[in-house]
Design a protein around this ligand. Structure first.
Ligand code: MN
Length: 256
């Protein structure tokens, strides 16, 4: 059954925070497809991963019709959006982003942007995450990513996704040369710990990513973006490594 455009509801979130320009770009792109409900963190939550806030109440501030700022994580936002703020029926799509910076390889496990789409999927809503590369000066331009987000959303609304599967899209900086469906690759960033002293002489530590030399699988997400293709990776939440089941079982059964 095909729903009319006017009845569609799209839940938009991000991890860069409610005031991020990437969120505004995604909201505008989704506006062509139906009612857009924005539920986004009130401050930056990059690196929040799939955290769900359980130990304190969440505050929701409505700033306009279908516009909500939440003092929580992207996962909190999608949870509140799907169960409460979209008004009694689940949205037809969750769109998360547009993140300022790529979410590739192992980094998807830290990403609040990707987690927003993961949460939508766990709540049985078709979901997409969209991120864009920054240029040499660290700036992000969102127009190509926004255009692609709208096309990807239209396709997902029309075709659906396999149960439990969501899409992680990464857009290179500049004009993309095409689209490639990829596998999640391995790490693109090496964790770097910066140690300094605070004014009272006590050390503090700052986790900073340092880009490693480009490596990775030819069919991986990094390679696609390096070739200035938009990378689209189908992801799922289940982390079971099936090929290891038999080998681990051979010794783990003897542990008790
Ligand atoms: Mn972010």
């Amino acid at each position: 059954m095909r729903r009319g455009t006017a009845r569609r509801c799209i839940l938009v979130t991000n991890d860069d925070g409610y005031d991020a320009p990437g969120l505004a770009a995604l909201v505008e792109a989704m506006g062509a497809l139906g009612r857009v409900v924005v539920v986004a963190p009130d401050r930056e939550q990059s690196g929040a991963g799939h955290a769900l806030t359980l130990g304190r109440p969440l505050r929701v501030r409505q700033t306009g019709e279908d516009r909500y700022r939440v003092d929580g994580t992207p996962t909190d936002c999608v949870h509140l959006g799907v169960f409460h703020l979209t008004g009694g029926r689940a949205p037809d799509l969750v769109a998360s982003g547009i993140n300022r910076g790529l979410n590739l390889g192992d980094d998807v496990t830290y990403s609040g942007t990707v987690a927003g789409a993961l949460e939508g999927t766990l709540l049985h809503v078709p979901s997409i995450a969209v991120s864009v590369a920054t240029d040499e000066e660290g700036r992000a331009r969102f127009e190509h990513a926004a255009t692609f987000a709208r096309r990807l959303a239209e396709a997902v609304l029309a075709r659906g996704l396999p149960a439990g599967v969501f899409l992680n899209a990464n857009v290179p900086s500049g004009r993309p040369r095409g689209v490639r469906v990829t596998r999640q690759g391995t790490r693109s960033y090496r964790a770097a710990i910066v140690e300094r002293l605070d004014p009272s002489g006590r050390p503090y530590f700052w986790i900073a990513g340092a880009e490693t030399t480009p490596a990775g699988e030819p069919d991986g997400d990094h390679a696609a973006v390096r070739d200035r293709r938009i990378s689209v990776t189908p992801l799922h939440a289940n982390l079971t490594h099936a090929p290891s089941l038999d080998g681990i079982a051979r010794w783990a059964r003897e542990l008790l």
